[in-house]
Ligand binder design. Sequence first.
Ligand SMILES: Cc1cc2nc3c(=O)[nH]c(=O)nc-3n(C[C@H](O)[C@H](O)[C@H](O)COP(=O)(O)O)c2cc1C
Length: 730
Amino acid sequence: MTISIWRYSHLALAVSSFVFILLASITGIILAFQPISEQIQPFKSADFETITVAETISTLKQTYPEIIDVQIDANSFVLASVITHEGDSKTGYINPKNAQFIGSKLEVSPFFQWVTNFHRSLFLKSTGRFFVGLCSFLLFLIAVTGSILILKRQRSFKKFFSKIINENFNQYWHIVLGRLSLIPIIIITITGVYLSLEKFDFLPTSNTTHNIDFDAISVTPELNIEDFPVFKNTQLSEVRAIEFPFSDDVEDYYTLALTNQELVINQFTGEILSEIKYPLVAFYSELSLNLHTGKGSILWSVILALATANILFFIYSGFAMTVKRRKSKLKNKYKKEVCEFVILVGSENGSTLPFANVLHEQLLEAGKKSYITELNSYTTFNKAEHLIILTATYGQGDPPTNATKFLELLKTTQQPRTLQYSVVGFGSYAYADFCKFALDVDKAMQTKFKQFLPVFTINDKSVDAFKQWTNSWTEKIHVPVQIAEEKLVAKPKLTNSLTVVHKTDVADNPDQTFILTLKAKQAKRFVSGDLLAVYPANDYRERLYSIGKVNGHIQLSVKYYDNGLGSNFLNGFSLGSTFKARIINNAAFHFPKKAPHVVMIANGTGIAPFLGMLNANTKLKTVHLYFGLRTSESYKLYKSQIEGYLKTQKLARLELALSRDTNNNYVQNLLLRDSEFMAATLKNKGVLMLCGSLAMQNDVLKTLELICEKHQLEGLHIYKKNGQIQLDCY
Ligand SMILES: Cc1cc2nc3c(=O)[nH]c(=O)nc-3n(C[C@H](O)[C@H](O)[C@H](O)COP(=O)(O)O)c2cc1C
């Protein structure tokens, strides 16, 4: 499969440096805990930020006869080396306010030392250091190419951080966590490279040799140490180290190492004898070390640990995505010159390929000569009679990477024979331009070839919808093609345990419909409009039901069919029974919180998600419900719930369309009757939600089209695109 240059680079970099990055990440996570373990020690004085050098030196002088030096580390702990009145030499952390010792010097544990050495050089000395530095740079490039991929996906800088649609666990979290840890990872990698360059002496070194004019040093005017202006005006927090004079000789002096410079100070007069500004390299070295290791900040250490743990997840999810993409290969038995059927595929992430492959294999099995290839490989097909195009859509109706050249190739390639074509679009209602590229391809094909079947669109890789299309296609072409469902649906891994807490009796309802209420064992977030996937035979066969969340439970409305796999399975349960199923997020069909008002249109069991949404309408947003059923007897199953919502004003208005009762009505008739209201709803940014049968969806959409024309509104596709018309029909 063709992949974009950025994805290729991202992958190639990851593959080439994977082992080093893996080892560096694991050790990096461990090492992030070292600064944390230091910082939680109680050695930082409460008034550290306000105390001056003058105060600390004077208390030290009053307490100890001799002081060798004072050092302040990244944790703001003050380490002093002194000689006590008893003549003992003592080193440890002091309270800078009263010069009392509060703890002994922290030594890095042998374990952390071992891990640090491994992290820096993998025990391979200079060679190891070189590779670790190089991999740090490669990781930087991986982060950059990853950001470019996100930018291309999101289409602009402005949308870099906007919502991502969760279509696939690995892909979703790879992007979400990638964006969150991008800045820490860039910092880790740049500082890692910097530290390596420093170790290989690639950076200029700083020179701190003072030039002191010893002939000009004077002992007068002598000042008390606490009156030295330089000590009075310097906060301890600006200091790295203070070296005390070795003796009372005037040629011995204080050396004050600050964050940006080093000063030499006359021990009698407080005069600054020499000052050397540190070069920028020294500043960057310290900054790099602190940023890379987390020294001095618990918060930054935690961020580093999390970002590094994310790298491990990126390794896993990145490879899992690649394996998934590469799993489906396009294989041909016959040469393109001899094939009657040509299947052209447009796919970015590989999920359209199994659909195309299944069709291809079935045609071969039926004894037909079929050829399969990518849309970008479109060329002349000498014997072809049927072109079948299966393509996904990306971005704002753009082609997937392996289909970018197709529309151009279509213009320039002349087929030797007259062809018939069919286009199947794979897309998602969650995006504004649903299957737009497939629709564009269909339009372009119309100018050259004869349309065999109208363009068909498939939401969210629906196997059922694909089977519907193949049925119509094979019926028309008279080739027996049976879609092997097991090749398209993988056995689920992530299932939730559910318990039946309420169930109505099928026999009580004239349409053999029942309500099933389930309690999820594990706390799992879901909302009305999400889907419940059940696996009746514990195999690849999946049946989907729209969820209504009612009082925290999953409420399904199920129509029983004698031979229905899903409905028989669910109807077989009694109170207290448990089974496993999977909850699928269906973000494209959640209650629109921002809409000024909502019109729900349902028939039959399509009411299920709406019952849950109404239950959650505690803010009493104005909701109108158009509900189609057969008879007033059918309505009894839902009556008490719906009337409860009407009473509490969670539902403002109910319009029942009973097709087999006296009024012989369908929801679309009522919509036409209320066309003024429907038009005003669309005009005023209200939202229409449809759930139920595909036949009802088609009739309702036709009616809405008429209403839009009559009231001179925008085309229906505009309202679908901006989310004012939301569909969940089956
Ligand atoms: C970044 C991104 C953008 C998408 N944009 C659209 C879109 O504009 N219209 C649409 O109908 N589907 C869109 N989709 C959904 C895909 O077309 C759909 O999931 C398809 O089944 C993916 O097929 P593939 O795995 O073969 O590439 C988008 C998916 C992603 C990940």
